[in-house]
Write a protein that binds this ligand. Structure first.
Ligand code: UTP
Length: 291
């Protein structure tokens, strides 16, 4: 079946990041650095690798560093040029977005992830789109969203990345009500946000990558606050399923680092530091001395 291509991605970056305070008091969580680049940088590169052409950010106050990161920095460029550092200059320019491919809108109050995604409705319009939660750093081959977009080419409908968690952790995640487990792909007849372990329909939970059909906006528009008194994206997805849309969870190949959590953030820095082509060797020596 020929599906409408996934060309657009939404990055909801309006959250407060309270789990990782005080780092996030004056700095966006998405600008926290893993090894040598901010989290947002990894997410954009992943989206590009999946063929995304238009990038929409749902931001809030005090998030302007995200916009600046993807803009030309004249003073910096002039200084690098003056010092003859053309290689660094080329590297900086290589990942700048094409003019007009990035757009920013604001979520004025942190009413929940579902509300943040709904804030991008006019930018997305009437086509399938990806959502990337930047604090879920996904590292692997194939890149996470690319693997999902390729699967979407066959399944259509909606796809979310999933991982199995211990049952006592279901109250932290959206959980799939599984109808058919095909291994890599799982079809679901419902999704529940943060169920108590005893009530969870499975232990297969949604992590921060989604491919969603635009009908979700109509559902989110009328959504009452759910778990945590927030407007939940999971509730919008559940309505899509109830409306008869195909819905799959995908056990993705990429590894997830939960960088919205202090320990997960440290783990990401160590793991990616060790993998780094030039820093990895000396970093391993340092770690060996330390432990
Ligand atoms: P989180 O649940 O991680 O919330 O949101 P948070 O506010 O960022 O962090 P904590 O829990 O206080 O530490 C998941 C994603 O949804 C976005 C966040 O920016 C994050 O990428 N989000 C959440 C919004 O954009 N708006 C919201 O109202 C809530």
């Amino acid at each position: 079946m020929q599906q409408k291509r996934v060309r657009k991605a939404v990055f909801p970056v309006a959250g407060l990041g309270t789990r990782i305070l005080p780092a996030t008091k004056a700095m966006p969580k998405e600008m926290l650095t893993v090894v040598d680049r901010p989290l947002i940088h990894y997410a954009i590169e992943e989206a590009k690798a999946a063929g995304i052409e238009e990038f929409y950010f749902v931001t809030s106050r005090a998030k302007s560093a995200i916009e600046d990161h993807f803009d030309v920095a004249f003073e910096l460029e002039e200084t690098l040029r003056g010092r003859g550092r053309s290689e660094t200059l080329d590297e900086l320019r290589a990942w700048l977005p094409a003019a007009g491919s990035f757009a920013f809108t604001r979520q004025q109050r942190p009413l929940g992830l579902g509300h943040a995604v709904w804030c991008a409705r006019h930018l997305v319009g009437d086509e399938p789109f990806a959502v990337l939660l930047v604090d879920d750093l996904m590292i692997g081959d194939p890149p996470c969203l690319k693997e999902m977009v390729d699967a979407y080419g066959k399944t259509g409908g909606n796809i979310v990345a999933v991982v199995e968690v211990p049952r006592e952790h279901t109250r932290r995640y959206g959980v799939l009500d599984v109808v058919n487990d095909g291994g890599k792909l799982v079809s679901a007849k419902g999704v529940v946000e943060k169920p108590e372990p005893a009530a969870a329909p499975s232990t297969l939970t949604i992590i921060g990558r989604y491919i969603i059909q635009p009908e979700v906006f109509g559902h989110l528009e009328n959504m009452k606050p759910g778990s945590g008194n927030e407007i939940q994206l999971t509730d919008g997805l559940d309505r899509l399923i109830a409306g008869g849309q195909p819905f799959h969870g995908m056990r993705v190949a990429a590894h997830r680092y939960d960088c919205g959590d202090k320990l997960g953030f440290l783990e990401a820095n160590v793991a990616l530091g060790l993998q780094h082509p030039t820093l990895g060797g000396p970093f391993r020596d340092i770690l060996q001395k330390l432990v």
